[in-house]
Design a protein around this ligand. Structure first.
Ligand code: EPU
Length: 351
């Protein structure tokens, strides 16, 4: 086993934070992972590194999951079933599906990260969440090295949430994800305002999967910083869900306060069992709260709040994870004081 010493993780996390892994190994098969776990159980996993803020050097063995491969398990006239290994790049997988006219994840174009981590936080954008297309998640249990499988219901998906962030956190390494996608009669989700606008500008009335993917790519490029240019981890906070009572109170003070519907019907169409309960409270865009609190576009030397989307914290070059974490805490405190809302950090902070 090729364990390397003192490796910089700067190129392994999209925030571009320069911390060091004392020991580092890349794993490219389930077998290799199982062999490693027989002798090394105290590990730190890194895959696409797109949802973490590293604030210090990593003492544990850093295991970079790089297991590749996409396979079609079965298909019929209407659906295709695919298993995708954890190390595949998420966006490249989306493009593969769009090119083959497999529908269901086109709204999730250009999300950074790898396939293996998409179930952990149930990635979502523009009216779609990945849970609506996931059949099962395969993972190796660290303690026993057994390869096990979680059904959609067992994943306990919620908004930016799953069992992998809660009950079984730290116990498994996800090695593959299986999806069920449509081959025809696609359930297109174009209701998100910005997508409608993009399609209208191009005068597209009957959009293909590619039209939607292209629209999402254009919207994301216009609002969200490219991690290759400016380090970031997408939305740093979750959009808070608040009581209707608090919402009505805030609405009196801020008549234009935006709010969100939270449900999706794609999982019903694909008949994928989901254990998520329907949400009745009000979801507020955290970006709006942060902008109202005056942080949007604020730069503090090496780091700051993105100028086009206040939900995204950015590293302009050599910021430390600690600096960015302190800014996040300052934002949380300000939002609590001003709106009585507790902002929850969405990114995995390694402190
Ligand atoms: N808004 C502002 N100011 C801002 C940003 C947003 O006022 O600086 C308000 C506006 O009213 C805007 C609304 O927030 O209409 C929604 O903004 P946006 O469409 O950018 O979506 P979001 O709620 O801020 C969520 C996801 C994003 C995802 C978009 C699109 C979360 C935490 N974030 O952001 O996901 O791309 O919706 O569906 O749910 C990510 O998780 O990394 C991510 C980028």
């Amino acid at each position: 086993m090729n364990i390397q010493q003192n490796i910089s993780l700067k190129n392994y996390n999209t925030f571009g934070i320069n911390v060091t892994a004392k020991r580092f190994i890349t794993v490219d098969s389930v077998y290799q992972l199982q062999q490693l776990l027989k002798v090394e159980k105290d590990i730190f996993l890194i895959s696409g590194g797109s949802n973490m803020l590293l604030t210090k050097d990593i003492e544990k063995l850093v295991v970079h999951i790089d297991i590749k491969g996409i396979s079609i398990d079965k298909e019929d006239d209407n659906f295709v079933y695919l298993t995708v290994n954890a190390g595949e790049n998420w966006h490249e997988f989306v493009l593969f599906c769009v090119d083959n006219d497999y529908g269901g994840i086109e709204n999730l174009s250009l999300i950074p990260g790898n396939v293996g981590t998409c179930p952990i936080q149930n990635i979502g954008a523009y009216g779609v969440e990945v849970k609506d297309t996931i059949i099962k998640v395969e993972a190796v249990e660290i303690e026993s090295q057994k390869l096990v499988s979680f059904s959609n219901a067992e994943c306990n998906f919620g908004y930016r949430n799953s069992i992998f962030k809660n009950e079984v956190k730290g116990n498994y390494v996800i090695t593959a994800v299986s999806f069920k996608l449509t081959k025809n009669s696609h359930h297109l989700n174009t209701s998100y305002g910005a997508i409608e606008t993009e399609l209208a500008v191009k005068n597209i009335k009957k959009p293909s999967l590619k039209d939607i993917s292209d629209a999402v790519i254009a919207i994301r490029k216009s609002k969200l910083p490219d991690p290759k240019e400016i380090g970031n981890s997408g939305s740093f906070f979750k959009n808070p869900v608040i009581s209707e009572k608090l919402f009505l109170k805030l609405q009196k003070e801020y008549p234009n306060i935006p709010c969100y519907p939270v449900n999706s019907s794609l999982s019903t169409l694909l008949k994928i069992n989901s254990s998520e309960k329907s949400e009745t409270k009000v979801k507020i865009p955290a970006g709006w709260l942060i902008e109202k609190a005056g942080f949007k576009g604020k730069r503090f030397g090496n780091y700051g709040v993105h100028e086009k989307q206040a939900l995204v914290l950015v590293n302009y070059g050599n910021a430390t994870g600690k600096e960015i974490y302190q800014l996040a805490q300052k934002i949380q405190q300000t939002i609590l004081n001003q709106f009585q809302i507790e902002l929850e950090i969405e990114v995995n902070v390694i402190a």
